[in-house]
Design a protein around this ligand. Sequence first.
Ligand SMILES: Cc1cc2nc3c(=O)[nH]c(=O)nc-3n(C[C@H](O)[C@H](O)[C@H](O)COP(=O)(O)O)c2cc1C
Ligand code: SF4
Length: 427
Amino acid sequence: MTEPRVFFNFEVTADSHTLAACRERSGYRALEKALLSMAPADVEKEVTASGLRGRGGAGFPTGAKWFFVDKKSRVVYLCCNADEGEPGTFKDRWIFENSSHQLIEGVLLAAYALNVRHAFIYIRGEFDLPYRRLREALTEAYAAGLAGERILGTEFCCDIIVHRGGGAYVCGEESSLLTSLEGFKGYPRNKPPFPAVKGLYQAPTVINNVETLATIPWIISHGGGAYAGIGNQNNCGTRLFGISGHVNRPGLYERPTGYPLKRIIFEDAGGIRGGKALKAVIPGGSSTPVLKGFEIEQVSLDAESVIQAGSMLGSGGIIVIAEGTCMVRLLQVLTRFYAHESCGQCTPCREGSAWMDRVLGRIVAGQGVKGDLESLESVTRGIMGNTVCALGDAASMPVASFLDKFRDEFAYYIEHGRSMNDGRLEV
Ligand SMILES: Cc1cc2nc3c(=O)[nH]c(=O)nc-3n(C[C@H](O)[C@H](O)[C@H](O)COP(=O)(O)O)c2cc1C
Ligand code: SF4
């Protein structure tokens, strides 16, 4: 039996992103079904029944997130999180480039369920083609009466406002996204209050990832029960997995949850480049703890399975690392990114991430000293759980896990002033 596909269910051609092509593959039928024959609460019920979990990283159940919002409030906002800044993650970009209408339909369905009049799409500043495709799709949708006033001739009205970010990774964190959208510097906010209670302009707000929202048309068309039947029971459905690094066929793959991690790397992505051995895998975007090659034997693409193995499935960005890669230099690259992206609002993250970057830079330059590894570990402990947002954890987890799994490489680098892998990052 062929597995159901929520995204990869059409051939990508020069015009497959247009409204005409989207309509040919039943685009906007779910919206029609909802507006003409379902109450808003029925849409929410289907999403809850589907068991869909957020695809932005934390995996919070979407139905539960919607439930907490007071839909009777005078104003409710919906924000689509399209910041996609986590290194190794490139799934939302694919959706914009190839199926923007699917996202727009998902946004409208969510807006209908949540009593939203104004929905926002906060899109990563560096995105060019994805942004242009989204704008084109919105223009088409407005012209066809699929967005704005009296959608499909019904009472339902919803405007979709696109906001381009300024290129800060931290603005993907939901509360800083709201601050940025309000026109301020994108500082994360303390929680509580949670956005569901006091979000954008202090109104109840739902923030969902692009992939989460773009899945909703499928759920409404086929029913929540059908979606819940795909993949694993507790973490059901299909997911978009981006595979990058030392594989023969890097790219985006849609697979049901529970699919073996080893299979997606060795069969779908064609195995390791140059026939090398698998050294390590970062399974869910660069902030998630690294796993050694042999540790992925029994791991499946399911949040719980990856947690059991000691990491997280995060945003589904699988980074594959071949034998011969210098883990010290790789960690330095990752640490530099997080230090650069720290917004500087809280001391442990601002000082700690910059400090880790400097120490790793010193080690890579051959000037590491005895005690550096213990100090790095102590800094990670000082950051984790002590910051306003999870960027602090994101900066610390790679350091803690690389030191835990590849300590001998770091010790060798400090002792000899060079890498035991000839200092190479690439194979
Ligand atoms: C530093 C940081 C960056 C984040 N970046 C993104 C992002 O680019 N896109 C995203 O959807 N979620 C991102 N998140 C997670 C969001 O805060 C939030 O959990 C998510 O948008 C909720 O949507 P979902 O429930 O559909 O997953 C980030 C979180 C942190 C801490
Ligand atoms: S953890 Fe880092 S990014 Fe988050 S608020 Fe604190 S300083 Fe800013």
